[in-house]
Design a protein around this ligand. Structure first.
Ligand SMILES: [Zn+2]
Length: 173
């Protein structure tokens, strides 16, 4: 079976009119805005999108973009592997005004005319799927990287202070 190849550029108006597909893989290294957020730049994103026109006449591009990225955990500054499985549901419009009228199920893809780069489209979807503050779900993963939870320190401090106050007051008597 041949790996389907992904075109680098498409005319989304033509693609949706023709009921086309976008299927293939894209190197993460080719997505500079995404790469700026990543700890590692190897890896591929797999793209499986269909383009068509729905019953309401909305031109859409739908499907999924999947990849695995490595970010930097903002708690322990260690590597954080994250699988991204992004559901894509874009409604093609020519202007922001048209975007306001799109049914809720679609995110607007504003393309007045002409071609777009498939990499830009994929990159936008992946950037939106990144967590704003990447962190390991389990704090123990952070502790394995040498992180010490500040809340534990805070919890212990009032008692330490109280203990030293008690000591001081005992001494003064
Ligand atoms: Zn962490």
């Amino acid at each position: 079976m041949q790996t389907p190849s992904l075109p680098s550029r498409i005319d989304p108006w033509r693609l949706t009119a023709e009921g086309g597909r976008l299927e293939g893989a894209l190197a993460l290294a080719a997505l500079p805005r995404l790469v700026a957020e990543l700890n590692r730049t190897d890896g591929m994103a797999s793209v499986a999108l269909v383009a068509s026109v729905d019953r309401q006449g909305v031109r859409f591009i739908k499907g999924a973009v999947r990849t695995e990225v490595e970010l930097v955990c903002q708690r322990c500054l260690g590597p954080l592997r994250l699988a991204l499985d992004v559901t894509v549901s874009l409604g093609l419009v020519r202007s922001e005004a048209e975007a306001d009228r799109l049914p809720e199920e679609y995110e607007p893809l504003v393309v007045p005319e002409g071609i777009i780069h498939v990499a830009d489209l994929v990159e936008d979807e992946l950037l939106l799927a990144l967590p704003r503050i990447p962190r390991h779900d389990d704090v123990r993963d952070c502790e394995a990287n040498g992180y010490r939870a500040p809340d534990r320190v805070e919890q212990n401090q009032p008692f330490a202070t109280l203990a030293s106050l008690l000591r001081d007051s005992q001494r003064s008597h």
